[in-house]
Design a protein around this ligand. Structure first.
Ligand code: PEP
Ligand code: MG
Length: 569
């Protein structure tokens, strides 16, 4: 038995196809006919380009524009003279063979990109590797398993899967993936959820422990894999699979339905997004709105700030894409672990407690004003809700609201239209804001609780630090009391309270939050229908009593165990 990180749910039983990493053996050879080597290289590049164009077209039809972009990026790598022409020069200058020259240039670029500060640029190193290895295989004549043409249904077992693997594979034949590396947000994991193929990542030794042709069963939820299971295990998994299919069918039936408890309390189930492309997934999962659009992604992976026009286009796309449903757009939340290459910042001892989010925006007002202008201009295209991140005091909230007024006055003077119906709210992710939420509630239209940060600040636990992750717990009674207090304070002022931290989509947290009176839950699109299913089965009055009992317990462990026991999880 192996245990990894459940990346995409599903129960799978089938035969393993282990994809061996074919080590590309690259030797340095001195050649006399440089022209022949250059020709070899150019031919291999050409064949690779043709392949990639086909892959891109297939991805475009089967996966959509966003996923196809990666192959466009691969094609651009091959079209970049820096890469191919540098290899040609190396062949001519050093009189070496094509594969050696290309491999050397590849290594140089990869180490350059891997050393960069920016995560996006580091990921580009993987693209360069993927695409140059394709060319190298053509030069060397190395055959690879063609995932587009599989003879039978299989479970793919690999060290990792490349974007070209996931895009070209025959989805009808691939029952699931198991990989050695990766986390919940790695490319393979995200792809498996987009494709709705069950997957487990981060298994460490899957390619060593599983042999080609082994019979394997796995659970994409729990991350458990059993290799060559006994009859009893097979029977258990067969039953689990049938239950899962039933569950999926039941979820489909929930599309178009309200999210409402058995005694008639309606809540809003919204989705969290990072780019306008994510709207597709929201519609597919029947989101009732967007509860968090993290606009910082618009600012990342580039060399300068996005213009007002560019931002306006993105915000308009989301507002229109969701056809009038409410959209919470969060203003820039940069700093902490999210840095911009073009915005140099001083080294900080505690970046999460540092110059970030609203603090930065109030200091660099020109950045904030550009974003707010784009937001108000886009407001005529749908139902916009603006939200400020990291507010820790009333002063900050009032200052941020003042900038909104300034921007509206500017637009008015310029004769540019904006909606008068824009709600303005703030995230509650800093304990000081939760504590004075009675005061803050008077000045906002809504609160959205960011548990991801609220947990780390309340418990003084760095959310990125593996070593102390046992202390980072959403069931911590201090966190739960703050959440309850924030919701009550919002309601006292007649305002609504939502949540956009990961806890909002958590099946064990939902009953508690519902009982606390949370009005809006915003989560990853894939969690929306399961959340609706759960909410539709609960009675609000019972959950109020239940959540009161939860608040009387003293430890996170007790609370979690109590929820699990009550809901049979
Ligand atoms: C949060 O802190 O809960 C939140 C939703 O914001 P982020 O994860 O972007 O910090
Ligand atoms: Mg946050």
């Amino acid at each position: 038995m192996l245990k990894g990180i459940g990346a995409s749910p599903g129960i799978v039983l089938g035969k393993a196809l282990v994809i061996e990493e074919t080590e590309l053996v690259i030797e340095r050879k001195v050649v006399t006919d440089c022209e022949a080597e250059v020709l070899k290289l150019r031919n291999a590049v050409q064949v690779s380009k043709e392949e990639l164009t086909k892959v891109k077209e297939k991805a475009l039809v089967e996966l959509g524009e966003h996923e196809a972009e990666i192959f466009e990026a691969h094609l651009l790598v091959l079209e970049d003279p820096e890469l191919v022409e540098s290899a040609v020069s190396k062949i001519n200058d050093e009189k070496v063979n094509a594969e050696y020259a290309l491999n050397e240039i590849k290594e140089m670029f990869v180490s350059m990109f891997e050393a960069m500060d920016n995560e996006y640029m580091r990921e580009r190193a993987a693209d360069i590797k993927d695409v140059t290895n394709r060319v190298l295989r053509h030069i060397l004549g190395v055959k690879v398993i063609d995932l587009a043409d599989l003879a039978e249904e299989v479970i793919l077992v690999a060290h990792d899967l490349t974007p070209s693997d996931t895009a070209t594979m025959d989805k009808k034949k691939v029952l699931g993936f198991l990989t050695d590396i990766g986390g919940r947000t790695s490319h393979t994991a995200i792809m498996s959820r987009t494709l709705e193929v069950a997957a487990i990542v981060g298994l460490t030794n899957a390619t060593k422990e599983i042999k080609d042709g082994d019979f394997v069963v796995f659970n994409g939820d729990t991350g458990e894999v059993v290799i060559n299971p006994d009859e009893e295990t097979i029977a258990t998994y067969t039953k689990l699979k049938a239950d899962f299919e039933e569950y999926k069918k039941a979820l489909e039936l929930l599309k178009g339905q309200a999210s409402c408890t058995t005694d008639g309390r309606h809540v809003e189930l919204a989705g969290n997004i990072g780019t306008p492309n994510d709207v597709e997934g929201l519609i597919k999962n029947d989101a009732e709105g967007v509860g968090l659009y993290r606009t910082e992604f618009l600012y990342m992976d580039r060399t300068d700030f996005p213009s007002e026009e560019e931002q306006y286009t993105a915000y308009k796309a989301v507002l229109e894409g969701m056809s009038g449903k409410p959209i919470v757009i969060r203003t820039l939340d940069i700093g902490g672990d999210k840095k911009l290459d073009y915005l140099p910042m001083d080294e900080e001892m505690n970046p999460f407690l540092g110059y970030r989010a609203i603090r930065l925006c109030l200091d660099r007002k020109e950045i904030f004003i550009t974003q707010l202008r784009a937001l108000y201009r886009a407001s005529v295209h749908g139902k916009l809700r603006i939200m400020f991140p990291m507010i820790s005091s009333l002063e900050e909230l009032l200052q941020a609201k003042e900038v909104c007024e300034e921007v509206k006055a500017q637009l008015k003077a310029e004769g540019i239209a904006y909606s008068d119906d824009v709600e303005v709210g703030m995230m509650i992710e800093v304990p000081s804001a939760a504590v004075i939420s009675d005061v803050l509630a008077k000045h906002v239209d809504f609160f959205s609780i960011g548990t991801n940060d609220l947990i780390q600040y309340t418990c003084a636990v760095d959310r990125m630090n593996q070593k102390i992750s046992y202390l980072y717990n959403q069931f911590n009674p201090a966190v739960l009391r703050l959440i309850k207090m924030v919701i009550d304070n919002a309601h006292k002022e007649g305002k609504w309270a939502g949540m956009c931290g990961e806890s909002a989509g958590d099946q064990l947290m939902i009953p508690i939050l519902l009982g606390f009176g949370l009005d809006e839950f915003s989560m990853s699109p894939i969690s929306i229908l399961p959340a609706r299913k759960l909410i539709n089965s609960l009675r609000y009055e019972d959950m109020q009593n239940f959540s009161n009992e939860v608040l009387s317990l003293g430890t996170a462990e007790e609370i979690k165990a109590y929820v699990e026991k009550t809901f049979n999880k």
